[in-house]
Design a protein around this ligand. Structure first.
Ligand code: ADP
Ligand code: MG
Length: 715
């Protein structure tokens, strides 16, 4: 079929959507290779190939001197004579080793583990070759495994500078001759086939001018085959911006659609409940940040639009009271509220704290959790349904379908920024007009992450701690200092204070962790014998009632020490506790350590956090401990955490696909992210429907991308 052949040779310059062509239409890509590219690299179309960016470029006209290669040289290209060649080893250990000597007088070792026979025939001792590959050092000698080898030619040696792209490939592809270099050839062929018209501009002219961006077409050419390093940088900068800009624009569109079109319950008055609480029962003056955030939430809740707000605040910044006061405003307006906490302990604590604060007020507060008794549960459900219940506090049990409300107006999700859209939607169903939702974070989130992963939410930041808090003194000690640490706890107890000792629980069910905890408990007990001291213990294997009893004994100061696993991690509030000892601290992540530390320093007394570790710890762990010792600022710690772990590791964001940027990295590209954010906001403010001529490129691109991305998932 000659027609088909022709078609394959000269793919469709006559259709507009050349980039949608299947990958086989590129010269040299057979059906079989096309299958491999689809399976291994998810390259289906021209467009996929175009967006398969090289890992790096190497200047292959630059020849290194072997004598000058160092441990820092990643890729090396050397030119010289092969001095000897032999096969060593047998069967799977068989390898071909050759030595190449250059005019710097040094040798490099070349190794092959595969294709040995073929290579041995192709190469000749005494001949000159140019050799390129990833450099390593073996016994202090430079070595390249499976190098690319070319016979030396003077043309090559004097050629113009050429930055060759290096693409990542897989072992399977390489075995079929589809190494990074072959992919580069396809890309090169593709770039010959497309023109400016195939990659129309997608940014507004003003943005391009402001940031002096090169055109999209140029950017794609130079990211693959840059004339110079500088061209490459320009290309990357433009394409990163583009990626972040459209992400921000989409999130902004979701948010603004909610602002403009959603219907929300209106809390338009501040009534008796709020006022009498504020004047009579609020035990302290609110901080400036608390006041500001309350105002922000009230404004939302009074606007007639549904609120979805993320409240960020450091550990101990006083988020609970803000939530409570909003729940009172909801009640003043005839609405019920629900507050959901991640653990029973925390739910119980909120219930205890809130009922205590509201004890002289006509507000009905109830608790519901997995361990509520059937009778109690029926009672609560009835009150909730007939509307006599004002505030329901609990665990996940409160958002189950069985729980019906007469008029739910406000939902608070505590200590859980991972509360996703699907879960929020479950709450929205609880009233004909969806209730307002306030999600409160467990620990601060870096701004970059908040902008990307949670960019569809409105968000408030509480960046101020209540007055009188003293910074927690954090130290790192090795385990051999445990006796001294225990002595220190004794001193604190003698002064009437209490202490936490935390053991890591990697897996809730792991037997070894549990045994460690029991051993730890016995050890603590040996330092603190009854009846002079009493110890509480809480762990995940206990039932809710046991946990609650042990927790309450500690809260009531009947016990001086709480030995626990990380069930105590979030939210727990015992202001009299001044010492937090974290055993095997190297096993915890930064935000977890910060959360645990936040269990102390909640009263007016000076508090201490002691991070105990074995003598041998990894560099990463050492770095984490150093940061913990250096700062109490949760926002700084969150930034560091993101830097160390990278955005891909942040819980809850991986599946969402929101942070799967091809080029941009929210840790390293903060500046570009902020610029993209500003540009997107600017458009949404001035041209919310994206209709102005200037923004047409943007509109067209959005339209063209519809259905190609996973964005629909989050709206
Ligand atoms: P988090 O933001 O970590 O949830 P909490 O709401 O548990 O913090 O508050 C921590 C402690 O600070 C509680 O004991 C609370 O009563 C107290 N607190 C909250 N706001 C203030 C304030 N404005 N002044 C003094 N203490 C406050
Ligand atoms: Mg809290």
């Amino acid at each position: 079929m000659p027609g088909v052949y022709l078609y394959k040779q000269f793919p469709i310059t006559f259709t507009a959507a050349i980039l949608n062509n299947p990958i086989e239409y590129i010269h040299g890509v057979s059906t079989q290779r096309g299958d491999m590219l689809r399976k291994e690299l998810e390259i289906f179309t021209f467009n996929d190939l175009l967006n398969y960016f090289p890992l790096r470029h190497v200047d292959k006209t630059k020849v290194d001197k072997i004598a000058e290669l160092t441990y820092n040289t990643e890729y090396a290209q050397v030119s010289g004579r092969i001095t000897d060649m032999e096969t060593l080893g047998e069967k799977r250990g068989k390898r071909l080793i050759a030595h190449l000597l250059d005019d710097s007088g040094e040798e490099i070792e070349l190794v092959w583990f595969q294709g040995i026979n073929w290579i041995q025939k192709a190469l000749q001792v005494g001949q000159q070759y140019v050799v390129f590959g990833k450099l390593s050092f073996f016994m202090n000698k430079p070595q390249i495994a499976h190098p690319e080898v070319e016979t030396f030619s003077t043309e090559k040696a004097t050629g113009k500078s050429f930055l060759e792209p290096i693409y990542s490939s897989t072992e399977k592809l390489k075995a079929r001759g589809l190494n990074g270099r072959a992919i580069g050839k396809f890309t090169y062929a593709l770039l010959q086939l497309i023109t400016e018209r195939d990659l129309p501009e997608n940014l507004p002219g003003a943005v391009i001018q402001k940031y002096k961006f090169i055109s999209r077409f140029e950017a794609y050419r130079h990211i693959h085959f840059p004339a110079t390093e500088k061209h490459y940088q320009h290309a990357v900068r433009r394409l990163k911006f583009e990626e972040l800009f459209f992400a921000q624009l989409r999130l902004g569109l979701i948010k603004s659609a909610r602002h403009r079109f959603s219907r929300g319950l209106v809390f338009d008055k501040v009534g008796d409940l709020f006022n009498s609480f504020y004047t009579k029962y609020l035990p302290f003056e609110l901080t400036g940040a608390q006041k500001r955030v309350l105002k922000e939430i009230r404004k939302d809740a009074g606007s007639g639009k549904q609120m979805n707000r993320l409240l960020q605040g450091d550990v101990g910044s006083g988020k609970t009271i803000v939530a409570l006061m909003m729940m009172l405003i909801a009640a003043d307006n005839g609405f019920q509220s629900v507050m959901m906490a991640p653990t029973e302990i925390l739910a119980q604590q909120h219930f205890n704290g809130i009922t205590a604060l509201l004890k002289d007020m006509p507000v009905c507060v109830k608790m519901l959790s997995g361990s509520s008794k059937a009778k109690e549960r029926r009672e609560v459900l009835k009150l909730s349904e007939d509307g006599s219940l004002h505030i329901l506090i609990g665990t996940h049990a409160v958002i189950e379908d069985k729980v019906l409300f007469k008029n739910l107006g406000f939902a608070v999700i505590d200590e859980q920024h991972k509360f996703g859209v699907a879960q929020r939607a479950q709450l929205w169903k609880k009233n004909t007009i969806p209730p307002h939702v306030l999600v409160m974070t467990a620990t601060p989130i870096p701004r970059t992450l908040a902008l990307t992963a949670y960019g569809d939410l409105d968000y408030s930041v509480m960046d101020e701690l209540p007055p009188g808090r003293q910074p927690i003194n954090t130290v790192h000690r090795f385990e051999n200092k445990r006796p001294q640490v225990m002595d220190f706890i004794k001193e604190e107890i003698a002064n009437g204070r209490q202490a936490f000792v935390i053991y890591p629980l990697i897996e809730e069910s792991s037997k070894m962790d549990y045994e460690n905890l029991m051993k730890g408990y016995e050890e603590v007990k040996s330092f603190f014998p009854e009846p002079k001291y009493w110890i509480s213990m809480v762990h995940g294997k206990m039932d809710a009632a046991q946990k609650e009893t042990n927790m309450q004994r500690f809260v009531n100061k009947e016990t001086q020490i709480m030995v626990s696993t990380t069930v105590i991690e979030v939210g727990v509030n015992v202001p009299n506790a001044t010492v937090m000892v974290i055993e095997s601290a190297e096993k915890f992540g930064l935000s977890q350590l910060h959360q645990l530390r936040g269990r102390v320093g909640r009263g007016a007394e000076k508090s201490f956090c002691i991070l105990l570790t074995g003598a041998k710890i990894s560099n990463d762990a050492r770095e984490r401990l150093k940061i913990m010792v250096a700062t109490n600022d949760g926002f700084k710690i969150a930034e560091k955490d993101l830097e160390i772990r990278g955005p891909g590791d942040i819980e809850g964001t991986k599946q969402s696909g929101l942070l799967n940027f091809k080029l941009a990295n929210i840790v390293h590209d903060k500046v570009i992210l902020e610029a993209a954010r500003e540009a997107a906001e600017n458009i949404l403010e001035n041209d919310p429907d994206i209709n102005v001529a200037e923004n047409l490129p943007v509109k067209n691109y959005l339209h063209q991308q519809k259905g190609k991305t996973a964005w629909s998932k989050i709206s």
